[in-house]
Design a protein around this ligand. Structure first.
Ligand SMILES: NC(=O)c1ccc[n+]([C@@H]2O[C@H](COP(=O)([O-])OP(=O)(O)OC[C@H]3O[C@@H](n4cnc5c(N)ncnc54)[C@H](OP(=O)(O)O)[C@@H]3O)[C@@H](O)[C@H]2O)c1
Length: 299
């Protein structure tokens, strides 16, 4: 199958490229914006996604049968700082991509986020109504609606906090925490911020399956365990044989005193229905962190 991965130079995109590129069944092309990837044998295209004519040329050149769209301003703070650019990339470019998928008869897999929900209750199901509270969340929710309106064949994959080994020079929660704890630096971890963290390779299992089988609709693909950031950080410390006492619990009052938002931050996704539909294994937090450790890059 001819697969186009948009946003392939990003954290999740590089894992998607590697997985799909390793399959002899697929002819894979990937896009980057500003970060030229290493020469890994895949076809790479530099595209500015806010340039609709350039995105049209990309589709004509690659003639995809399936498109995995990951490109976004994926950082909440960056989206707040430049809301117009976040809207242009996250919403308008997604609309263009969805329309082109329809024109080219390609199945669109759009990667979205738990941030489409309001964070009041957490552990949201696929059929619950989004009510985003951040600009990032609003752009991703609007983008989901563009996908539904413009594309004929689509899957929306919402996920939670994704952890893994990032490309050198880039950050990710788990490796940053490990680095801090190894250097004896304490980490104050919120006990009331809730997520369903997922190891990046387990998210890619779901995305790769959707490329092959194209299950339509909204899917939740994240970790099985709904945990606080304190539990998450403690589990990482224990699995990596680091000093778990350096992970210090911080409740909502302490967070408020430290100047953090007092808005409830209970996200996380109930993925049971999607896992049943996809017939996918649903790894626990312990299994995800063990896989992270097993995949650790050499010294
Ligand atoms: N990481 C998470 O924990 C998480 C959680 C939930 C949902 N998601 C979603 O998953 C997707 C991927 O996230 P990620 O963490 O892999 O993001 P990332 O590392 O920031 O990568 C973003 C990608 O988008 C590309 N891009 C951004 N603006 C562009 C533009 N104007 N033109 C062309 N390309 C552009 C970047 O290209 P260059 O770097 O080459 O410029 C990069 O390939 C996003 O849609 C995000 O909303 C992520």
């Amino acid at each position: 199958m001819r697969v186009l991965v948009i946003g392939a130079s990003g954290f999740i995109g590089r894992y998607v490229m590697r997985r799909l590129g390793a399959s002899p069944e697929h002819e894979v092309a990937g896009t980057f914006g500003s970060q030229p990837p290493a020469d890994d044998g895949n076809a790479w295209h530099q595209v500015e996604l806010t340039d609709a004519a350039a995105v049209e040329r990309l589709f004509e050149h690659t003639r995809p049968e399936a498109v995995v769209h990951l490109a976004a301003i994926a950082d909440i703070g960056a989206a707040e700082r430049d809301p117009e650019r976040a809207t242009a990339i996250n919403v308008a470019a997604t609309s263009t991509i969805a329309r082109l998928c329809e024109q080219h008869g390609a199945h669109l897999i759009f990667v979205s986020t738990e941030c489409v929900f309001d964070g009041e209750r957490g552990f949201y199901r696929e059929d619950e109504t989004p009510r985003p509270t951040t600009h990032y969340g609003r752009t991703k929710w609007e983008a989901e609606q563009e996908v539904v309106w413009e594309a004929a064949s689509w899957s929306i994959v919402r996920t939670s906090i994704v952890y893994g080994w990032p490309h050198p020079g880039k950050g990710n929660f788990a490796p940053s925490l490990i680095d801090n704890l190894r250097n004896g630096r304490p980490y104050r971890a919120p006990t009331e911020v809730l997520r369903t963290p997922v190891y990046v390779e387990h998210l890619v299992d779901g995305i790769a399956l959707l490329v092959e089988r194209g299950h339509p609709g909204i899917l939740h693909v994240a970790g099985r365990d709904w945990v606080s950031m304190y539990d998450f950080a403690s589990a990482i410390a224990n699995t990596f044989d680091l000093d778990a006492n350096l992970v210090q619990p911080m409740d909502a009052d302490a967070q408020a005193r430290a100047g953090a938002s007092t808005r409830p931050d209970r996200l996380g996704l109930d993925c049971r229905e999607s896992m049943r539909r996809l017939n996918l294994e649903h790894p626990s937090l312990a299994e995800g962190i063990a896989a992270l450790r097993a995949d650790a890059p050499g010294p």
